[in-house]
Design a protein around this ligand. Structure first.
Ligand code: SF4
Ligand code: SF4
Length: 126
């Protein structure tokens, strides 16, 4: 059974956490901390952030493949970069931020979920 998106309390806080954790190690980040991608929708993580959180939240499994399947179904399926045969050039070339850091993204969201369940809100994951 999925975890209701609303239960995170603040999607803004969750997004801030992801920006802290992922942007800080992202290869598309400039030295000054800004993003080198020009358009917001060039970042596959923050362009469709609520959908990604919802997708990961509906999985309750110890198998990473189950999360990958959910992301492929919920996010990649209607992404303009995915071909009809399910392949994705950006994914193959490790240029999709979402795919490149998927394990870390899942870890942060699952951690936020556990803390929210325990404390009622995301206080800090640092
Ligand atoms: S591409 Fe996305 S994850 Fe990477 S630095 Fe830019 S906004 Fe952050
Ligand atoms: S892996 Fe490809 S299809 Fe999936 S979100 Fe990234 S760019 Fe889009």
């Amino acid at each position: 059974m999925g975890y209701p998106l609303e239960q995170f309390g603040s999607m803004a806080a969750l997004e801030a956490l992801l920006r802290q954790r992922i942007c800080s190690i992202c290869v598309d980040r400039n030295m000054d901390g800004t993003c080198s991608l020009n358009q917001r929708n060039d970042c596959a993580l923050f362009d469709r952030f609520p959908r990604i959180v919802r997708s990961i939240s509906r999985v309750n499994s110890e198998k990473i493949d189950d999360y990958v399947t959910a992301i492929r179904e919920d996010v990649c399926a209607d992404c303009i970069n995915q071909a009809l045969d399910g392949s994705c050039k950006l994914r193959d070339e490790v240029r999709c931020v979402l795919d490149r850091y998927l394990l870390l993204i899942i870890g942060v969201i699952e951690e936020a979920k556990r803390i929210t369940l325990k404390q009622g809100k995301i206080v800090s994951l640092v």
